[in-house]
Write a protein that binds this ligand. Structure first.
Ligand code: NAD
Length: 419
């Protein structure tokens, strides 16, 4: 059953983070009142013909938080727990993320409450096409450009692109990002979020004087983001000692065999039955004795309860919103260096932006160009956040939010509130 309430614990957390940054910035109160709420929140019914002939009606959402800087941009999530509150929080974080890394884009997010693992390819295709059809009047290359998120991938984006294009009567590749290369995708998009996380970890290590080749890491989530992080960390000499996904996890203090993990990532997308290391739970993974912890699955995994038991030195947030406000206070006290989500995982939207630009120009870049432009943006953004954090004596999360919100606030004042 759809929940009509856009305020829930996840969106409350996003709003509280916003309030803290807005206070610190002395943000204009009218602008602040506007930014606490989304521009538009859609709930759509998605009737889907199942393989047994029945029609099942799924609930879909699209929340467009703010487009003062440019068209809305944000992923589509397929997960059973998707609800309006979660999507609203994720949309708000997208606004600050795009702004923080200097993109001319606003923030949105969408999703369908479903378990994609239980749907056949036909069912997934029908559901995706009908969801897209429901959003036709609200998305567009200059309006709102979806992308993949948890539970969705390049195939889903291809169906979104095709459905939109069929209704327009011609191919519109720039309607989504994260598409297959063959239909206007960009080189480097699949790896972008994971790579970006590792670039920010390298900057953090430089700042903290840590030699990464002597470090160990644990990664929660082994999907698009988590699996690339594992590979990229191994490439720079970090020992990956723990990995987990929805089926559980594995741990080996001597280091897990990364090549075997990569084979698994490309084949069955699940860690179930992985015969290496010792079996651990998701909760145990977060508390492993490691130098770098990367949550790359769901929100609110690090809480006031488990934060006191975290042993990492760097927490790099691959997932959106993995750390609660109570946990933030504990991490600060423990001296754990947090690379906040809107900075650490911004690589995904940065390369999505590159894809959109290439589609609009019909001119495509090399993989090296994509990687080096991504790296430049993330290193510059990291340094900006660190400088703000040191100057204002605030933690990295607050510093990142302050930069992102300040830019959006300034743009709103120029444009006026049209109240
Ligand atoms: P994905 O669907 O490819 O993978 C999700 C992973 O999380 C899977 O391994 C799944 O088994 C695991 N998981 C799901 N529920 C879990 C649970 N309860 N406990 C432990 N693990 C669980 O998704 P993804 O694209 O890798 O996204 C992961 C996170 O990164 C999300 O928070 C997403 O919003 C964020 N993110 C993704 C991108 C992107 O480009 N894909 C960009 C920025 C942020």
């Amino acid at each position: 059953m759809a929940t009509l309430e856009w305020r829930n614990p996840t969106s409350e957390m996003a709003i509280q983070q916003f309030d803290m940054a807005a206070d610190r910035l002395h943000l204009d109160p009218n602008v602040a009142a506007r930014l606490r709420r989304p521009d538009r929140a859609l709930i759509v019914s998605v009737p889907t013909r199942m393989d047994d002939g029945r029609v099942h009606v799924f609930t879909g959402y699209r929340v467009q938080h703010n487009d003062v800087l440019g068209p809305f941009k944000g992923g589509i999530r397929y997960n059973l727990e998707v609800n309006l509150g979660e999507v609203s929080a994720l949309a708000m974080w997208m606004t600050w993320k795009c702004s923080l890394v200097g993109l001319p884009l606003g923030g949105a997010k969408g999703g369908i409450a479903c378990d994609p693992a239980l749907l056949s390819r036909n069912e997934l295709q029908s559901m995706t096409r009908r969801y897209t059809a429901e959003l036709l009047n609200f998305i567009g290359p200059e309006v709102d450009i979806p992308a993949p998120d948890m539970g969705t991938n390049e195939q889903i984006m291809a169906w979104v692109m095709d459905t939109y294009s069929q209704h327009k009567g011609h191919a519109v590749p720039e309607i989504v990002t994260g598409k297959p290369l063959d239909i206007g995708g960009t080189l480097g998009r699949k790896e972008a979020t994971g790579r970006g996380i590792v670039y920010t970890i390298m900057e953090a290590a430089k700042h903290l004087g840590i030699d990464l080749t002597r470090c160990t890491a644990a990664v929660q989530g082994f999907g698009n983001v988590g699996s690339v992080v594992v590979k990229e960390l191994a490439n720079i000499g970090v020992k990956v000692i723990g990995v987990s996904d929805r089926t559980g996890g594995c741990y080996d203090p001597k280091g897990l065999p990364v090549e075997r993990l990569m084979e698994l990532a490309s084949k069955n997308h699940s860690l179930e039955g992985f015969p290496y290391g010792e079996g651990i739970t998701n909760a145990e993974l977060l508390e492993l004795d490691c130098d770098i912890l990367i949550p790359a699955a769901l929100e609110m995994q690090i809480t006031g309860q488990n934060a006191p038991r975290l042993k990492c030195r760097i927490l790099a947030e691959g997932a959106n919103g993995p750390t609660t406000l109570e946990a933030d206070a504990v991490l600060k006290e423990k001296g754990i260096f947090v690379i906040p989500d809107i900075l650490a995982n911004a690589g995904g939207v940065v390369v999505s932006y590159f894809e959109w630009v290439q589609d609009l120009q019909n001119f495509f870049w090399t993989e090296e160009e994509v990687h080096s432009k991504l790296r430049d943006i993330l290193v510059k953004s990291f340094r900006g956040v660190l400088e703000m954090s040191l100057q204002q004596k605030v933690d990295m999360r607050l510093a990142a939010l302050m930069i992102g919100i300040h830019r959006v606030g300034r743009a709103m004042l120029w444009r006026g509130l049209y109240a």
